[in-house]
Design a protein around this ligand. Structure first.
Ligand code: AMP
Ligand code: ZN
Length: 459
């Protein structure tokens, strides 16, 4: 067992050695709940869910924490614009997020802390940072003084000069150094706020994750994940806060997913290439969306294309067809993953390689003759699917999936037409049998005649 992960902190693939081999801790930055998740947002969720599934296979216990940022200026603005209470917006968006990510077969994290439920822990951190001389109060704000941390910038590899140049764009006059960042800021009457020694206010975003990771995973923990865009400033600042408050190492392995583009362009509403997960779920099954997200290596940028989604769906058709042919073969869950799938995933979560092994397994299952061989390959395919979070439906429900807006023919109508066609064939009325087949094909229903009768599926 030797898992390697690309660690942003060391800029190489490191052998993963958890602090406690019996209990792995992983923290992933979760959503800011003001809008439905887009397909780019789904990438880290699916990637880290796959890592979670793998870790659960490799270690006795894993605690996966993914927060919900439910206090943020984007939330405040959105609620104000819509004339909606903030809590109604955050509760609804959180529920939508759970539904959308659930449809992508992502497991529920062990802890899903909400920022607003951890304000005392954030204030504790601020108190420690002030006491340690790393933070200062200015005009109702509390700021982290980056100059007090000798290796500030080490995670993102930015020099102090780069960061100062970047921060100069909009320097608040009360900052001692342009790169200093907010731990606490004042709230007016209309903005959510909590009483604090610094006046009524609200936390800065970076502070939330430092407080919640400490609460649930302790001062030093194994894996911290998120999208590439979070390396700087968010993760750099989380690291600074936590290390300066705790005087301990923070996350040991920093894992970041690359960005997703759509059809070669940056996703944006104005280009018309912006899709929410919910939009896509109306056009394709969740597993096909998930497999598409896993078809590129997580660390690389990925190009989301309609063609890629079609190919993933076809790959899943192939896997499910192989499983359909062995429906009567018992499923004896495999203790171990096939060695080649495990090796691919242990090599920095190489999901494209793992998927190519699933293709091989399905082809071998199709060709298998002996009963034992079929039992073994079926178990191997299902176990491999499980760690990737696919092949979680029944064969029938996979093939009977219908896009939103439904299909012209219901399952019962199709069953009925298939029975009528069988009757026509039995009475040698081939013209009628052909007419029914054409009617079904025209309605996107494909028939497969096999020794066990006729199976149908939506195309
Ligand atoms: P946000 O709600 O913008 O904070 O984003 C939530 C998560 O989605 C973060 O981990 C981001 O890094 C990630 N993310 C946002 N856009 C993309 C994208 N286009 N591709 C990949 N990850 C993204
Ligand atoms: Zn975070």
């Amino acid at each position: 067992m030797s898992l390697y992960l690309y660690n942003t902190a060391t800029r190489r693939k490191d052998l993963f050695e958890p602090l406690d081999p019996n209990h792995v801790g992983m923290y992933v930055c979760g959503p800011t709940v003001y809008d439905r998740a887009h397909i780019g947002n789904a990438r880290p969720v699916v990637v880290f869910d796959t890592l979670y599934r793998l870790l659960k296979r490799l270690y006795p216990k894993v605690t996966y924490v993914r927060n919900i940022t439910d206090v943020d200026d984007k939330i405040n603005e959105r609620a104000k614009k819509a004339g909606e209470p903030i809590s109604a917006l955050t509760v609804r968006t959180t529920a939508d997020y759970h539904a959308d990510m659930g449809a992508l077969n992502t497991l529920v994290p062990d802890v899903e802390p909400r920022a607003t439920a951890h304000i005392p822990q954030m204030l504790d951190l601020i108190g420690q940072l002030i006491k340690n001389g790393n933070a200062y109060e200015a005009e109702g704000h509390v700021l982290f003084a980056i100059g007090t941390m000798s290796d500030y910038g080490a995670l993102s590899g930015r020099s102090m000069d780069d960061m100062i140049a970047g921060a100069r764009v909009e320097v608040a006059p009360y900052k001692r150094d342009p790169g200093d960042f907010v731990l606490w800021k004042p709230s007016d009457e209309e903005t959510p706020g909590w009483d604090s020694p610094y006046g009524r206010g609200r936390p800065g975003w970076h502070l939330e994750c430092s407080a919640m990771s400490r609460e649930y995973l302790g001062l030093t923990f194994d894996i911290h994940g998120g999208g590439q865009d979070l390396v700087f400033p968010h993760h750099e600042n989380e690291r600074a806060q936590s290390m300066c408050a705790n005087h301990r190492a923070f996350a040991r392995y920093w894992v970041h997913n690359g960005f997703l583009q759509v059809e070669g362009e940056k996703m944006s509403k104005s280009l018309g290439n912006f899709f929410t997960v919910n939009d896509l779920l109306a056009t394709a099954p969740g597993e096909a969306i998930r497999l598409t997200l896993l078809s590129a290596h997580y660390h690389q940028p990925m190009d989301w294309t309609a063609d890629g989604l079609k190919q993933s769906r076809a790959a899943l058709d192939k896997f499910y067809l192989a499983l359909r042919a062995v429906e009567d073969v018992p499923h004896e869950p495999a203790e171990e993953l096939p060695i080649e799938v495990l090796a691919a995933l242990e090599d920095d979560l190489n999901t494209p390689l793992a998927i190519s092994h699933l293709h091989d397994l399905a082809s071998r299952l199709n060709k298998a003759k002996g009963f034992e061989e079929k039992v073994k390959l079926k178990a191997a395919l299902l176990a491999s699917g499980d760690v990737l979070g696919i092949l979680q439906s029944s064969v029938d429900s996979w093939f009977r999936w219908t896009p939103a807006g439904g299909s012209a023919l219901s399952d019962a109508e199709i069953d009925d037409l298939v029975a009528q066609r069988l009757e026509a064939r039995q009475t040698r009325n081939f013209a009628e049998a052909d007419r029914i087949r054409k009617l079904l094909t025209d309605n996107n229903v494909l028939l497969e005649d096999g020794p066990g009768g006729t199976q149908w599926r939506r195309g």
